[in-house]
Design a protein. Structure first.
Length: 141
């Protein structure tokens, strides 16, 4: 199995989570481990956008579902994919960050706090950008 980085655990993330992100066809195809994590980030930001729209529309059901989805992506996808044994300080730091983001999303959901959602975006966007910057050059493969 391909391992996109020393920070990814070979057992995770699960296919079921990716299906929730509506990317079944890419998973069944030849998506690399790096691409799968990129898809998780995309799903996270998509869920965040949905939650903010639902919060403004006062649609509590959609807000709860979308924040729950964002939290699941962070906890069951991104955080679970970390290889804490071999990933060193960066994996530990990401683990702490993802735990914090998941807690803030829960708080945002309970308190309808858009500022907490925005904080999560500000914390996660640089991680997504860094991840995308280290994408393997597929032209050479």
């Amino acid at each position: 199995m391909l391992n996109a980085s020393p920070f990814m655990n070979r057992r995770n993330p699960s296919v079921a989570l990716y299906q929730k992100v509506h990317v079944e066809s890419q998973i069944e195809g030849s998506a690399t481990p790096h691409r799968l994590v990129s898809m998780l980030f995309d799903g996270f930001f998509d869920a965040i956008a949905q939650s903010k729209g639902a919060l403004k529309a006062k649609d509590i059901e959609v807000k709860c579902k979308s924040l729950g989805r964002a939290s699941a992506i962070v906890e069951e996808g991104l955080r679970a994919a970390l290889d804490l044994k071999n990933g060193g300080k960066i994996a530990r730091d990401l683990n702490d960050l993802y735990g914090y983001v998941a807690r803030r999303l829960t708080y945002a959901n309970l308190k309808n706090d858009e500022a907490a959602i925005d904080e999560c975006v500000k914390l996660m966007k640089p991680v997504q950008d860094a991840w995308n910057a280290i994408a393997p050059d597929t032209a050479r493969n």
